[in-house]
Design a protein around this ligand. Sequence first.
Ligand code: GTP
Ligand code: MG
Length: 196
Amino acid sequence: MNKELKLTKTIYTLDQLTVESYPQIALAGRSNVGKSSLINCLAGRKKLAKISSSPGKTRSLNFYLVQPDNFYLIDLPGYGYAKCSKKEREKWAKLITTYFEKAQPYLKGVIVLLDSRLSPQTLDLELISYLKQYNYPIVPVFTKIDKCSQKQISTTTKQWLPILNMSIKDVILFSSKTGKGKQSLWVRILNIIRSI
Ligand code: GTP
Ligand code: MG
């Protein structure tokens, strides 16, 4: 898939939050789950989005314009990062929830990243029920599959499927390291954008 991703807008504060009128798909998930790495993988570039082995790297809403199709992929700060101050966590949470509210007419789906190695976490469940309120289509992506066995992946996905009310063909098993799942994810993204 030959798409160009271009960072066109970075938002740190509520004052800066004006929502673009192009269709958009956001990436949400706990801190360190691999959102920014997934952006780099989709772009086929190593350093487009900043990544870090310590959680809490992305501190802004980053709008990546996908060309030639003209829609946005949005890298959000991770939730649940325990080491930053409560005040900062609250600021990010407010920024993210305000984005989800304001973007309603343009936000066509949310890619929810889940760690293949972990059973469902409270914060993930909270995100899923929050998104269901808005009826946003959810694309579940299980990350870091290069780090775990088939058995582990199967255990984690089995726990998630009833919660998501989905079957295994609806989820994407992904590795930013090997590129596994990249084509399937592009297909899902483009289907959402083209079905508008
Ligand atoms: P925040 O910005 O803090 O919300 O984190 P994030 O979700 O953007 O995670 P990020 O992409 O920065 O990745 C966190 C760490 O996980 C980095 O050390 C990445 O190299 C690593 N990582 C991400 N995806 C993968 C993957 O598919 N496989 C492996 N092995 N490591 C990964
Ligand atoms: Mg990040």
